[in-house]
Design a protein around this ligand. Structure first.
Ligand SMILES: Nc1ncnc2c1ncn2[C@@H]1O[C@H](COP(=O)(O)OP(=O)(O)OP(=O)(O)O)[C@@H](O)[C@H]1O
Length: 357
């Protein structure tokens, strides 16, 4: 008998990902712990820097890449996930890395275009961008629409300059990523690490919206799992609305969201309260502990911070489906982990020696 997070005790952990092993109080390892990959879930992986959030996200991604019927997509703001494409221990982990992501301009609605460019819709330039986004499908056509209007020259110039800035990001292309590109069995790693916060948010929003729409319209069969590292970056920008939609309405169309963040206090309350699986590494910042405490389920008989682990790779898992709490050690990655901190000694070629050498 095994335990599957999100499902409960299961004789055969089918369509379940191997997350790690139970951890006893003396640190010894127990039975294997799995996570359900069959139904849709909202998972939140939290922990202070360096305690293993990205590592854990990589473990979930490896398991998804080997599971049938799902379409795993990673939005990678730090560029650490391309190593998941390297040869794996054991079963292969199929991966497509998109290192210059682009999306169609018309995925964003007029209001999002104004927020993206930092323009108030009530301003002259903002009004022009709003109107252009309503009428045109491409960024080029939006610029033409602005030029064609008889609005005051200063407003037209301001709107054109803002649209030229968006053009310079290089992320808008009518042939950009769509749901059918993303809905493959392989993990699609969307590397947004070279982008500023605004274009990064535009790409994330377009991907989240495309996957959600495609499931609502039934144009893709596989169940998408959108995994986002450094998720707080996206709750601060225009991606927020699309992530909110998946968190609150993703279950029915079968869209899952896995968010990893070192700052649970910087994601919305919805992200915490709507998550049915919380995987917490070590956390110490008062604001982050308070954010989790506020959403602490009633079935927890002691406070979460008293249960938090101390070592990298150790976690506490709160499973809302079964109303259970588990202390676990996340398994080793089968592919190389790309998020390790660089070492100054490695840069200059000094070997690390054991303390007693
Ligand atoms: N389950 C694990 N088993 C073994 N080592 C681990 C595990 N999880 C993390 N580590 C170790 O901890 C290091 C830091 O992990 P990781 O890069 O995932 O941290 P992080 O919390 O994502 O940090 P950051 O916020 O800086 O991205 C890894 O390079 C690895 O050496």
């Amino acid at each position: 008998m095994s335990f599957v997070i999100g499902r409960g005790s299961d004789a055969e952990p089918i369509q379940a990902g191997h997350l790690g092993r139970y951890r006893a109080l003396d640190g010894s390892e127990g039975a294997k712990l799995y996570v359900d990959l069959d139904g849709p879930h909202a998972m939140l992986i939290v922990g202070k820097r360096g305690y293993g959030k990205s590592f854990t996200l990589g473990v979930v991604a490896e398991e998804l890449a080997r599971a049938p019927g799902v379409a795993p997509v990673i939005v990678d703001p730090m560029g650490g996930f391309s190593t998941i494409a390297e040869p794996a221990d054991g079963e292969a982990v199929p991966v497509d890395v998109v290192d210059r992501p682009a999306v169609a301009a018309d995925v964003l609605d007029p209001r999002s275009w104004c927020s993206l460019l930092g323009l108030s819709p009530e301003s002259g330039a903002g009004g022009l961008v709003w109107q252009a986004a309503q009428e045109a499908e491409t960024l080029e056509a939006m610029c033409e629409r602005v030029e064609e209007t008889d609005a005051p020259m200063t407003d037209r110039r301001a709107a054109t300059n803002h649209l030229a800035l968006a053009e310079s990001w290089g992320v808008f292309d009518p042939a950009g990523l769509d749901a059918s590109d993303l809905a493959s069995t392989a993990i699609t790693v969307v590397d947004v690490s070279g982008l500023d916060a605004a274009p990064m948010n535009a790409v994330c929003r377009a991907i989240a919206e495309a996957l959600y729409r495609a499931r609502v319209d039934e144009t893709i069969d596989r169940l998408p799992w959108l995994m986002i590292d450094e998720a707080h970056t996206f709750f601060d920008g225009i991606a927020d609305a699309a992530l909110h939609t998946i968190l609150t309405r993703g279950r029915a169309p079968g869209v899952s969201l896995v968010l990893a963040t070192q700052r649970p206090s910087a994601v919305t309350d919805t992200a915490i309260s709507q998550s049915d699986v919380l995987i917490s590494h070590r956390l110490t910042a008062e604001a982050d502990l308070e954010a989790l405490a506020a959403a602490q389920p009633t079935y927890m008989d002691e406070s979460l911070d008293e249960r938090l682990p101390t070592e990298p790779g150790q976690v506490v898992v709160v499973d809302d489906a079964t109303e259970t709490i588990h202390a676990a050690q996340i398994r080793h990655r089968d592919t190389p982990h790309g998020g390790a901190s660089p070492s100054a000694r490695e840069v200059v070629g000094i070997e690390t020696r054991a303390a007693d050498d």
